[in-house]
Design a protein around this ligand. Structure first.
Ligand code: ATP
Ligand code: MG
Length: 387
């Protein structure tokens, strides 16, 4: 019954001369997201996008909720350009909406239509008041707004506004490298960066045989889910073989520093990969205070190995807020599968919570840091994921 979906993308209009680029990205991303759902033409006019549906607006609207840059969508009814048809349409568009107070808002770009905007609004308002019980007009704070647009091609009516993700279109901000573990947090960190237009590549540190093949598959599964939000619906995942580094660390004489040292290796390797891939930032799922390696002192000491910006989008979130997001983006169920990750396997008895840079530099004198980094990079495997 609703042949069209109106797609709104508010924030993009603020972006000045980049606007065209953003709009084109958004259109491409919409096409990719809808590639397996039957639909008609997608057209852009005056800062909005219209999508022709095949009587399946619900399914299309649901999928569009995964496309960053879209603020909201509305199913739209189209009627012929005469007031009786428009009244009938208004009734239909309001019938399914929930709310007791309403107003009608009319725009009339088509000046050849005989009634002026306020006349259309009052004709429709009167019609609805007569035909829908318990409805009252409230022009200041209505629960429902019936929007009417009188255009050349017909009258367009809608009252439902379905909120979407907001954010910026995938791939409109540049590339970042996400340190993707098998946990709950890092996929969410990736999701939040993607929401601001970052195109993500993943890097996972795998310590086979200390961590199993299945733990890698779990990360691949998480990467696939994430790839859905990425530009083009695909994502590169670098799997770095981290076993030698773990073994060296086990042999060292600073067990309480092992987590810190391991994280420093991860950042060094990730920063090299990022440079190679023209990425401008590393992204991690750190959230302050969760574990020993996420105190402010630890993060400071870990971060010191690179001048590449490291984004930590979860820094201000509580665990429950992170979990809620993981559920929403459908990674939670996979993240809680009980496969070991390298940090749980190698976690020392008493990890240092305040490791200083001097301490770790002393410990690293025992290690062939540069060689270990190069060797791990040489053993990196590249996977291409899509959802
Ligand atoms: P997560 O749930 O993302 O695993 P966490 O709360 O378990 O996070 P840590 O294990 O301390 O925290 O990891 C902190 C961050 O370091 C992770 O969010 C991730 O970005 C990165 N990281 C940890 N382990 C790995 C790994 N094996 N491969 C890639 N990145 C990792
Ligand atoms: Mg973890």
């Amino acid at each position: 019954m609703y042949p069209l979906l109106l797609i709104r993308y508010g924030e993009l209009s603020l972006k000045g001369r980049n606007r065209r680029v953003f709009e084109d990205k958004l259109l491409t991303n919409i096409r990719v997201a809808l590639r397996d759902i039957d639909h008609g033409a997608i057209t852009k006019t005056f800062g909005r996008i219209y999508l022709e549906t095949k009587d399946n607006w619900g399914e299309l609207a649901e999928r569009l909720q995964t496309v960053f840059g879209i603020v909201s969508v509305s199913p739209v009814l189209k009627t012929e350009l005469d007031i009786e048809n428009i009244k009938a349409g208004a009734f239909k568009a309001m019938e399914e909406a929930e709310g007791k107070t309403f107003k009608v808002e009319t725009r009339r770009p088509n000046k050849s239509f005989p009634l002026k905007s306020p006349e259309v609004s009052s004709a429709l308002g009167g019609h609805l008041l007569r035909n829908i019980p318990n409805l009252t007009v409230d022009v200041h704070r209505p629960e429902l707004v019936l929007n009417v647009e009188i255009r050349q091609e017909g009258a367009f009516l809608y009252s439902k506004v379905i909120p979407c993700q907001g954010g910026l279109p995938a791939g409109s901000s540049g590339k970042g490298l996400l340190l993707l573990s098998g946990g709950i947090d890092s996929p969410v960190a990736g999701f939040l960066s993607m929401k601001r237009g970052v195109d993500i590549e993943g890097v996972h540190f795998h310590s086979y045989p200390f961590t199993s093949e299945r733990s890698k598959e779990k990360v691949v599964e998480l990467g696939k889910r994430l790839s859905h939000y990425n530009a083009g619906g695909k994502m590169k995942l670098w799997v770095v073989y981290f076993t030698e580094i773990q073994k060296e660390l086990q042999k060292g004489s600073f067990p309480s520093l092992n987590i810190t040292l391991m994280r420093r290796f991860m950042l060094r390797i990730a920063a090299k990969l990022a440079e190679r891939e023209n990425a401008f930032a590393l992204i991690t799922g750190d959230s302050l205070g969760q574990v020993a390696s996420q105190t402010m002192e630890s993060i400071h000491t870990i971060n010191a190995v690179t001048s590449m910006p490291v984004y930590r989008p979860l820094i201000g979130l509580d665990k429950q807020e992170i979990i809620d997001l993981a559920v929403k983006m459908e990674t939670y169920e996979t993240s809680i599968l009980p496969y070991e990750d390298c940090c749980t396997v190698f976690v020392p008895q008493n990890p240092a919570t305040r490791p200083s840079i001097e301490q770790v530099l002393r410990a690293e004198e025992e290690l062939r840091v540069d060689d270990l980094v190069e060797e791990a990079l040489a053993k990196t495997e590249l996977l291409y994921l899509n959802s």
